[in-house]
Design a protein around this ligand. Structure first.
Ligand code: KIV
Ligand code: NA
Length: 267
């Protein structure tokens, strides 16, 4: 199976849906790479793997370390690394400096950044200098302090024009695809029809050109997930059962057993 490229993803508009998932480490990336077209090293790593209260605490160092691990374990999927809060907003030059570090130091194929019209100049600046950009509009977790939390976008039709403008401007700026997060379904459908780059939905619509979920959420490893997450597995109970069985075997001196210990040479 051939490695997936940025133009390859761009060409999937209106074709076979794009399968995307997050992964933050080599172990999980190896599994995801067998089935997904795109692996996102999301800044959600700050919450899922580091226990931080929001994505605002994600750092360049964190994204680089996790990005390197995922790239090492991936042979087919396109690896995209999230630009963390504070690494791209101040100026296009800052954004280029940090995006080029992500590309060069991890070997990933593209970066993702949150923001619509406000980030269009930055996206154009990056795209013109060899950095493929996945945009991210709608519900933007990095904006939680200004937006007042996680709110589904477009419930009020008066917001649709602004959201259409965000989609139009990131597409025109040269983003190769765009994540539509947490927005009402008919708006996600309209955006998907109106722009010529693939839309990748999360809490958006089945009519988007692709879908993405946080791996640990869809595996059933997170106890609190938003309504848009479908649990495709229940790994939490499997993990619990195994760890409990281990604890009982250790306290009951049933582990290690004779198969798990080394014996000296017979004399
Ligand atoms: O950080 C992340 O995991 C994301 C996806 C949910 C789109 O941005
Ligand atoms: Na993210």
């Amino acid at each position: 199976r051939k490695a997936i490229t940025v133009p390859g993803i761009r060409a999937r508009k209106g074709e076979r849906p794009i399968v995307a998932l997050t992964a933050y480490n080599a172990l999980t990336a190896r599994f995801v790479d067998r089935h997904a077209d795109v692996i996102l090293v999301g800044d959600s790593v700050a919450m899922v793997e580091h226990g931080l209260p929001s994505t605002l605490g994600a750092t360049m160092e964190m994204m680089i370390l996790h990005g390197q691990a995922v790239v090492r374990a991936t042979s087919r999927a396109l690896v995209v690394v999230d630009m963390p809060f504070g690494s791209f907003e101040a100026s296009p030059k800052d954004a280029f400096r940090n995006a080029s570090r992500l590309l060069a130091e991890t070997g990933c194929s593209a970066v993702k950044l949150e923001g619509g019209q406000a980030m269009a100049d930055t996206i154009a600046f990056l795209a013109a200098r060899g950095v493929p950009v996945m945009a991210h509009i709608g519900l933007m977790p990095q904006a939680m302090m200004t937006s007042g939390g996680f709110r589904t976008q477009g419930r009020d039709r008066s917001d649709w024009e602004r959201l259409h403008e965000d989609a139009r401007s990131v597409a025109q700026a040269g983003a190769f695809c765009v994540v539509l997060e947490g927005m009402v379904e008919p708006l996600a459908d309209e955006i998907t029809q109106r722009i010529d780059i693939p839309t990748i939905g999360i809490g958006a619509s089945a009519r988007c050109d692709g879908q993405i979920l946080v791996l640990e959420d869809m595996l059933g490893l997170n106890d609190r997930v938003p309504r848009f997450v479908k649990r495709f597995g229940d790994l939490a109970s499997g993990m619990n059962t195994a760890i409990e069985a281990y604890a009982q075997a250790v306290t009951g001196r049933r582990f290690p057993n004779e198969n798990n210990v080394y014996k000296p040479k017979e004399s």
